[in-house]
Design a protein. Structure first.
Lengths: 357, 357, 357, 357
């Protein structure tokens, strides 16, 4: 049985990880850590978890980071950018697997891009060079190989929520050279949980309910992540236009993706290309004709739903990609990465079906 | 392994049952039935379930009622009132357990009350006399005994959503003679899913979003059910005022319950009485001082959260009782009833933790 | 033409006042003040007002409090409790009418109650003794007389939002001795704007959307205000149970009010008593049989809608009272008070019809 | 004073027209018509309007279409497509101005396009040839000239909601040749009121709350309307990709519009081009740097807010255009058209400021 620690447990991604791990069949012990709430009980901060820790060896009491790392086989961190290197080093020193949910380990050796968008530099570049980008649909073998390493750092950079939805929606087109690379537009809509737990003007109910608006149109941190992965896929530099929107929903991302077809195809042909590509994936559902992907149908699950369409002009593909930003876009994918890295059933702990409503 | 049928599978309660049963460890086969959608696939009506039927012996294709009953060991029905007697008779004839989610089997031998509120009469009174009201916290032994019967009808009337929240919030006070029986007020707020799947003016987004209003103030079908159970508990006739409200939420019921204390008590004493009463219940959480029950913290779980307070006058108890109307208020409780009746782990299939958001 | 100042213009009540006053036919000049945003333009903080100040003598630039008072004939303040006495004194010194939206001037000479609930004492008791509680339906003559005074302080304590809804829903019953005074319960549901502009955990979209919960069950500052006014109405001490709830709506309060009938009446008789009582009121609509009051139908208007019902027990009246908390519950009522005090048409500037949705 | 009739008064656009016209300073009499609710009172169907008809010559009682036309100087119709020709003919016969809110009169002489998308043909082509497309920012002079005609039909085709937002967001770019015409993408998000009053599965609260999804990706009726107007503007055929989304909001449309710049420009230069273009328009607000257009800030007003941005690639313009779909997108624009046609103040009856929340 595996001892798992969550650092930053009282943030939204941390709390979601906590909930998912408590239902994971391989969980031996769960250790929770929070810098701001040390000594408090998790269930007093998240009363949805009252009683969840009463049985077994897990405790609701939040401990400090060092203790959490010391006691765990797998460490997850859901902290703001800039804190993960130290944790990665500590995990490497003791041989723990580390899965980081911040942007710190998503850029590999490309420190320049990381620095430009995150305003920080690498103190330990070697850790970044060894890290794997944790999108299993793209990197499953590398994640498994990393997990199986007997020595050295084992660090997984868990993808951002927008990149997960965007990249999965573009992967088959990029790999299959179906899209003109110069004209990719991602118009993405996110629920408010994506902005995190801290109360702000933009997450104030009165400000965001009944309203929708784009933000960071000129540049969002997830853009370089999307471009980097797409460029890898396409084997050439891909430039994307990415516009995130804040929608009055708790959870979910719906990315409406536009690209020019590289050659003429019917909607059915394009759909079939996607369906074949993802046929063996446990968490990607390419929807049949007549269905449109929506966050509603993947809520609280680890699924990414994709629907494939042609615009009326017959030349522009419209791919809709929907995830639960907190599950496939964060905590669920982190668990999936652990499962792949440690050789567990890939669906362990994250096989729940989305509710109809 | 148990073969379960859901009749009325495409209604909201039916769809929720379907989702829960697909994750139940004792499920052998799931058979779904719908009068309106026979021959269609469940997953085309509820795309959240795409892929859920691909593995194992369950099928997404909706069959007719007779076939569903013929193939099942346990039959659940989520139909409008008036259809359950025939199903109960058919189940009795073949020895299947029947759990009915309508109001048909909630009134036992009291046909007069049923007729007054539902406008129908009993065709088979003997089935009602034998049926058990399926609130496990109240009737666990009777449910288990019914399930263990070797002959005769085995019919469980699954409680209404409002009665579940209201009765659990009043049970300790009634049994402990802590409340003056003449002055019980239940001001209950329900999410829109309680009104069912059929689109109506009152469930139209534009009509109900951003609004709250009571309805059926002069009399709602759940009032006599509440009064009947409370009277049983108190050992005397209890008259309640019950006002349901439609709130702009998908799921959940919060019942704010007022009663006069029969004798002076502090809030702590009253809370302790509730906590002791429910100490052994797996699905009732009496919250500690400082917490207030809300549907938010029980969403998608089978929990009933209860918080206990005194109003500023020091004489009026205010008990807040919160459930997910579709889980503990319908489908989850039906699974709990099956578990109790058939001797399964009472939490099997319904042990999921509520998400924080 | 009247020069109006709003102190605390960037709070929610202040911003709403600003919007209403800009459409008021008697407005000569509007002066806005904000301690936190002095020198900024109102329209940069509230972009809904872009362009609203371009015409006429009003300016969007926020000035300091002293300047605002110096330039105005009528001063409105929408500040937290504890700041109004100084403003009242300054207004008295220059002969300006002062309408305060905080709790500071709602308790008249009863400093003890104010101190108990607000934790502050009176520095200038004489100002409180002279102030009028600004509920026009209750105190129209006194408000007009105050406005017509040629010397001395002219201070109006604008009622709280919950007290406005609660008191208007109980006024006819109390005055007509129709209610047993010992058993009044107000179960009130408010939109999130009632909690103000400051982002907090409880106003975070993710925390409050799709959820409803009572708060401050043991005692809310509006309880003593409700009890004081009801006691005045009834001519005897009235004790009420008041439970506020936070509902996932932007605006609006719906108070579901329960009381025992002092003598047997039909619902029609009780409704007729209410309708007669309010027949001449421009802003109170007693709804006909079959309609239920809801915040939906009064949104963005100065109306208070009231529907009158009997519970199924035939003994308990259920009165539903609905207002827009920011209009009739705050800014609109403040304008109404100005209109009455200064002899304007009572509906001037606040005659807008509520939208259907 | 002008006598106005609204045919289809009980639909959402009709009800909104009714509310706006009741506050119009030139209104002499308001006559309401409904095929489905003849003889009923408007205020029993829309209780927000209780009391609104008590004063003056207007009546709440719904009359038939013929009576409405006979009594009116200006006729508005808010019916489904296919009913407007007969009304136009009747209005022409008696010399009334007719403003149609359906798609029937938006395509001028282009019957082929109308037939393709609406499945109907023209019975009276001459009426279409004479009709004016009622977007005042585009066609103000033509609307005024039509209104001033002493003989012949005077028919205005009021634009669709999506076309209003889309076209206003593209007008300066098209006229100024700032956009490459071949690559225009409109990703538009609408509130649920856009789908009308009829309850349907997609407008059911439980189905659409907390969810967002595109619909009619392959072709929506508003696409040819957008393309026709843009082609007129650009003086060449423009092909657009248009993807409408249903967002969980009551009101509002936010169109996120993408186009390639025809020549290099800074965001400030592009913004200035828009600001200059619309400088004299009373209802278009081009927002300053740092602000993003959202439906929140135009709600219940006749404004169209536009914000102008460049994507990170520096080559793609991102223009955000926001309206209230029921006001500038329907009823408010219809009133604006009446004002222009009859020589009233263009802002009469529609000068209300949007509330902050």
């Amino acid at each position: 049985m595996t001892r798992c620690a969550v650092i930053g447990a009282t943030g939204y991604a941390g709390a979601e990880l906590c909930r998912l791990l408590l239902g994971h069949p391989e969980l031996g012990e769960l250790i929770l850590s929070s810098a701001s709430s040390g000594g408090e009980a998790m269930s007093s901060i998240y009363p949805n978890l009252v009683g969840a820790f009463s049985a077994g060896g897990s405790s609701a009491i939040l401990v400090d980071k060092a203790e959490a790392i010391a006691r765990a086989d797998v460490v997850f961190a859901g902290l703001p950018a800039g804190h993960a290197e130290d944790i990665a080093a500590a995990c490497a020193a003791k041989g723990a697997l580390f899965i980081d949910l911040s942007g710190d380990f998503r850029f590999g050796a490309d420190e320049a891009t990381y620095s430009k968008w995150y305003g920080k530099s690498y103190a330990r570049p070697e850790l970044h060079a060894e890290a794997v980008y944790g999108l299993p649909e793209l990197n499953r073998a590398a994640i498994a190989a990393l997990g199986a390493r007997k020595s050295g750092a084992r660090t997984i950079g868990n993808p951002g929520c927008y990149p997960t939805a965007s990249v999965l929606g573009l992967f088959p087109a990029m790999r299959g050279k179906l899209a003109e690379p110069g004209c990719v537009i991602v118009d993405a809509k996110s629920g408010v949980s994506g902005a995190g737990k801290e109360p702000t003007k933009s997450s104030h109910f009165v400000e965001c309910a009944d309203s929708i608006a784009p933000y960071k149109i000129e540049g969002h941190r997830h853009l370089p992540e999307i471009e980097a992965v797409l460029s890898t896929m396409a084997g050439t530099g891909v430039s994307a236009v990415f516009t995130p929107h804040l929608a009055p929903m708790g959870r979910g991302i719906v990315a409406t993706i536009y690209f020019r077809l590289a050659k003429a195809m019917s909607a059915a042909e394009l759909r079939e290309a996607y369906a074949s590509f993802y046929a063996v994936e446990p968490f990607v559902r390419v929807l049949g004709e007549g269905l449109v992907a929506t966050n509603r149908n993947v809520r609280l699950s680890n699924y990414c739903d994709i629907s494939v369409h042609l615009a009326h002009d017959g030349k522009t593909a419209v791919v809709v990609s929907a995830i639960d930003n907190m599950v496939k876009g964060a905590a669920g994918q982190a668990v999936q990465n652990m499962n792949v890295a440690l050789g567990f059933d890939e669906k362990a702990g994250i096989s729940m079906l989305p509710p109809a409503f």
